[in-house]
Ligand binder design. Structure first.
Ligand code: P5A
Length: 439
């Protein structure tokens, strides 16, 4: 993509309304614009990151044996009256009336809707388990939407739902998602710590939230230092091996991790220098709630003896749009964002230091073409203008690599490759630079 043609409205100044670094940087880097309180438009650069995150989430859900589908954003109030949550959910639910005076709502979550679909279409225990997910916009009329997409009113969630015949089967499904989440967040370059959690309006009696560690996180978390060092969470896990899933779950939940009133001074004292106190951002939340919805909604299947059995269920959420902000909170410096490779909107920013110089432009055009041919995602700053502005913009938007081409280097056939994270710079021949980036 040529920057001269790209829609990338960067801002030099910090917008006054942004209180946290990710919100500031997302506005400054031209990733989002507010449409109304807690509701955002995603501009091209932000949308690319959102899509990359979505893709990782999707690949890991698929790998774990979960099937993608798509449910609507607008739901009928009738469904929620069946489960009893229509009244319980309170003012966070955006209630709508259609032209026939029917009560509708903009979905804050989809337990009712998926339970109805499964109830109407799955009749026998032989069809179980069923693991289903979608990636869809949600609306929650938060009292205080703030921090940009971190706590929006409209936000993108991956929500998965599991349906099993027995409580034991449901626990296996829960473990499956637990392990899948460890992998998912790790692929995004994040440290995510699972912590026992309250079930709130979703309900049930077993729940974990996944907190990404970032200095600017909303809540304080105390955890075993091993969480900070662990790598490759279950990267070779076999999702059909129930024992292995349970062992991974047991291992991660045996390590101390606590927020708020869960914190135990005696345990923390005993941990000594193995205690890490950090801040965290909730990016995922999983729930096991048995028959909470299947019971009132009469989601039954025929069991092995022909008897009627209530489905055993759980739900599993990831805040896809929140993750964009969480990653920035965990990975930035004074100059701007530092994208982990896996979610970077482009891999490399190609900077033409002197676009008005025909020779510089020729070398850059050639590099641009060849990098694209090699499958490298390039954002090419072909604008005329001051070098300082170009460097500042490139640092701000945080692509992992910068390839700098200036008149001096062009004469001697070299370009400069800068690593955004380490700041390391290296002069390379054009060919070598292409090889390095394409590798
Ligand atoms: C689980 C899937 C649920 O809604 N039902 C379906 C369950 N869980 S949850 O914890 O309430 O939400 C799941 C994740 O969504 C993100 N999230 C938000 N992101 C941005 N703005 C918000 N206002 C917001 N509310 C929730 C979080 O990452 C949460 O873990």
């Amino acid at each position: 993509m040529r920057l001269s043609q790209y829609f990338l409205p960067t801002l030099k100044e910090n917008p006054a309304e942004a209180q946290i670094v990710s919100h500031r940087l997302m506005l400054r880097a031209g990733m989002i614009r507010q449409a109304s309180a807690g509701i955002y438009a995603w501009l091209p650069l932000g949308y690319r990151v959102l899509k990359k995150i979505e893709r990782i989430v999707r690949e890991e859900q698929d790998r774990a044996g979960c099937q993608e589908m798509l449910m609507p954003t607008v739901q009928s109030a009738e469904l929620w009256r069946e489960s009893g949550r229509y009244e319980d959910y309170g003012p966070e639910m955006l209630r709508i009336r259609d032209r026939h005076d029917r009560d509708m709502l903009y979905g804050p979550t989809n337990e009712e809707q998926i339970t109805q679909i499964v109830r109407d279409n799955v009749k026998s225990y032989k069809e179980l388990p069923k693991l289903l997910y979608h990636i869809q916009w949600k609306f929650r009329d938060e009292v205080r939407p703030r921090f940009g997409v971190m706590r929006g009113r409209e936000f993108l969630m991956k929500d998965a739902y599991s349906f099993d015949l027995t409580a034991e089967g449901a626990r296996r499904s829960y473990n499956r998602f637990f392990v899948c989440y460890l992998r998912t967040f790790e692929r995004m370059g994040l440290k995510a710590v699972p912590v026992r959690a309250d079930t709130g309006p979703i309900g049930g009696d077993l729940s974990h939230e996944f907190l990404v560690l970032a200095d600017t996180g909303e809540s304080e978390i105390a955890c075993h230092a091993d969480f900070i060092d662990i790598d490759a969470h279950g990267s070779t896990i076999d999702y059909d091996d129930a024992g292995a899933l349970q062992a991974t779950f047991d291992h991660f939940t045996s390590l101390y991790a606590a927020v708020d009133e869960q914190r135990d001074p005696a345990v923390e004292k005993a941990l000594g220098d193995k205690l890490a106190v950090r801040r965290g951002i909730e990016v995922g939340h999983i729930f096991y709630f048995g028959a909470k919805y299947s019971d009132p909604m009469k989601a039954l299947v025929a069991g092995p003896e022909g008897e009627s059995v209530k489905l055993e269920c759980g739900s599993y959420g990831i805040g896809v749009s929140r993750l964009v902000a969480a990653i920035i909170e965990a990975s930035h410096d004074d100059a701007g964002i530092i994208w982990p490779d896996a979610v970077a909107p482009f891999k490399v920013g190609l900077i033409d230091l002197k676009a008005e110089d025909a020779e510089c432009a020729r070398v850059c055009d050639d590099l641009y073409r060849r990098l694209q041919k090699a499958g490298v995602e390039v954002l090419y700053d072909d604008r005329e203008g001051r070098a300082g502005v170009k460097f500042a913009d490139m640092d701000l938007i945080g692509l992992p690599w910068q390839l700098v081409v200036g008149p001096r280097g062009v004469k001697s056939g070299v370009v400069e490759l800068k690593n955004r994270r380490t700041g390391e710079r290296q002069e390379l021949a054009v060919e070598a630079a292409i090889d390095r980036l394409a590798g």
